[in-house]
Design a protein around this ligand. Structure first.
Ligand SMILES: Cc1ncc(COP(=O)(O)O)c(C=O)c1O
Length: 378
């Protein structure tokens, strides 16, 4: 199989597995226990926290480990609202193309009487920093803008948005789940107050992530029941996952520049090959401000699901942004936000390269895409 779905998840890399193995056997302690076995676990947890903090340019106490990107996003939005609503700060600004972990947390906040502004994006999926400025009100408690979009790979103008937020003294959260390991992501460049990340998108295991919380940023917990994570997230820590996340992040940051350059070349090769061989293919997302690993094309006249099945039968794992709701294919909210063209919306296919992807695989995948599209069009 040619795996071109690295935005959905990545395999656990051997170095990460090696870091996890001792914890699955003899290092089983609970870091809250006072005895030696517990304190060994505490040392591992502290070490992992230091590593994650160093990778982000943060302080150790600013890292809250979570069960993944979804929980980090929920904690950022809901926790910020809970911390500020008593002051009358009940307005959230976010963007139409965010991940559902953000959009559905925002909907939940509306049930708690928050007001939500969902900013639109342009045809390439970018939000205008001036639109953020115009939307900020005295009651705004948070702006949340993803670093890079998971479907179409569009990279946000985060530095400009951060400047707007700092000027207005409104905290900025970014969902950096897709950008981590591919974009420069340190918490001072671009300057953010809260940042979500997830291990399984950077060659770590599923079910673990982190939220960076800048010192002084008001945040209430959403999981209650223990004093772990400085009372910001109750529950015995997932030490195996946390150690794995730290190792995965360390490697991702160390290799970022070479890997980003390598994947950008593969991405562009795939884009050129598909544009050259599939008449009518439309690239979704921004050509310049684009994640190094993301290719997303629409093939108007076809439907994504049929395309994905055709690709799978020929050995290519890809993904779509559309969902089949009650028998009718609906474009994803992301494609809908960048284009009103229904045929384009329901035929989007995402191909995302990764560490193991080779040029030969990309060549083969491009040929398969052309063949499957031609066959379905017949
Ligand atoms: C942009 C973005 N945010 C959040 C998530 C959720 O992360 P997790 O799967 O770790 O809950 C994902 C994963 O699909 C994502 O792509």
């Amino acid at each position: 199989m040619i795996y071109l779905d690295h935005a959905a998840t990545t395999p656990v890399r051997p170095e990460v597995r090696a870091a996890m193995e001792p914890l699955l056997t003899d290092r089983f302690g609970n870091p809250s226990s006072v005895h030696t076995i517990g304190q060994q676990a505490r040392a591992l947890l502290d070490g992992a926290r230091d590593t994650v903090a160093r990778c982000l340019g943060a302080r150790a106490e600013e890292i809250v480990f979570t069960s993944g990107g979804t929980e980090a996003d929920n904690l950022a939005l809901i926790g910020s609202f809970l911390a500020r609503r008593a002051e009358g700060k009940h307005h959230l600004i976010t963007v139409q193309t965010e991940h559902h972990a953000i959009l559905e947390s925002a909907e939940f906040l509306e049930e708690l009487e928050a007001e939500v502004t969902l900013l639109p994006v342009d045809g390439s999926g970018r939000v205008d920093p001036e639109a953020v400025r115009a939307a900020i009100r005295p009651e705004t408690f948070l702006v949340s803008v993803m670093a890079a979009n998971n479907e179409i790979g569009t990279v946000a103008p985060l530095a400009e948005i951060a400047a707007v937020c700092r000027e207005a003294e409104v905290p900025l959260h970014t969902d950096a789940v897709q950008g981590m390991g591919l974009l420069e992501m340190r918490v001072d460049a671009p300057y953010v107050d809260l940042l979500s990340l997830s291990a399984h998108k950077i060659y770590g295991p599923k079910g673990v992530g982190a939220l960076y919380v800048r010192r002084g940023t008001p945040l209430k917990p959403i999981l209650h029941g223990g004093s772990q994570e400085r009372r910001r997230r109750g529950g015995t820590e997932n030490i195996v996952g946390i150690v794995a996340l730290a190792r995965a992040l360390e490697l991702a940051v160390a290799e970022r520049q070479t890997e980003a350059a390598r994947q950008t070349a593969l991405r562009d090769h795939l884009i050129v090959a598909i544009e050259g061989s599939v008449p009518g293919a439309v690239l979704n997302g921004d050509r310049v401000h684009r994640l190094p690993n993301n290719v997303n094309f629409s093939f108007p006249g076809l439907e994504s699901d049929t395309l994905l099945l055709g690709l799978d039968l020929e050995g290519v794992c890809a993904s779509s942004g559309s969902a089949c709701a009650a028998g009718a294919v609906e474009p994803s909210h992301v494609i809908q936000a960048i284009s009103e063209n229904h045929a384009r919306g329901i035929s989007a296919v995402r191909l995302t390269v990764g560490h193991s992807t080779t040029e030969a695989e990309v060549d083969a995948a491009a040929e398969i895409v052309a063949r499957v599209v031609a066959r379905l069009r017949e």
